[in-house]
Design a protein around this ligand. Sequence first.
Ligand code: SAM
Length: 240
Amino acid sequence: MASKVRLYVDHPLGEGQSVPLSREQAHYLFGVMRLTEGTVLSLINGVDGEWDAEIVKAGKKGGILLCTNQTRPLQMPPDLWLLFAPIRKERTAFIVEKAVEMGVSRVCPVQTDFTQSANRIRQDKLQAHAVEAAEQCGGTFVPPVDDLAKLDRLLADWPSGRQLMFCDEILIGDPVGLPQIAGPWAILIGPEGGFSQAERDRLRALPFAHPVSLGPRILRADTAAVAALTVWQQALGDWA
Ligand code: SAM
């Protein structure tokens, strides 16, 4: 049996709740996926868990779905932020997509000293990538993707009690592992050019920042993001 189409809607979900469809959603469901009235699909909205919903009205410019029953409650990922310096556009989108699949509560693109100015981000497009990743991976939560923020600003306003896994490329060959500290965390991945010495000195002086090695080779930033998420999830996250 073909798996049910999963769709993110920005609308409350609940028993008997009818959900109006936008033109784009109607085109996708009825034009591209060729679904018809009576078909049941899965809805998520990032808040109310996953719901079965029946197509009660299908049209070219819109339609209506009717929620019938909740199939999964909201399942929050661990309280883990991913801070990363944007790299080339499609690779930045890849980082956001993997972060959602692997489980983060927030995605924070950060401007560091060596972040290439050409690496601009479109927050709305990255947020759409996060929604698509949640639809695809069976998630019920969609982490917010922030606008680009200066690393110094984020560090200056750092919330107490949150640890920082500082992935420092200078540690290659020096197997510095992740401290086993429970509670809220963040991961920091630098840009193609790595971290400046001033950034490294500043980070290493912070009591909540823990320099960690990701092995004996230099990883590309997108590889490093996946590697760091794997290390953290396996040690402190919801994979075990
Ligand atoms: N240009 C830097 C160099 O050649 O040393 C490499 C930067 S690397 C492409 C991008 C980011 O990935 C780094 O800033 C760091 O956050 C992370 N990274 C890559 N390899 C790593 C490693 N072996 N250990 C820790 N972090 C690593």
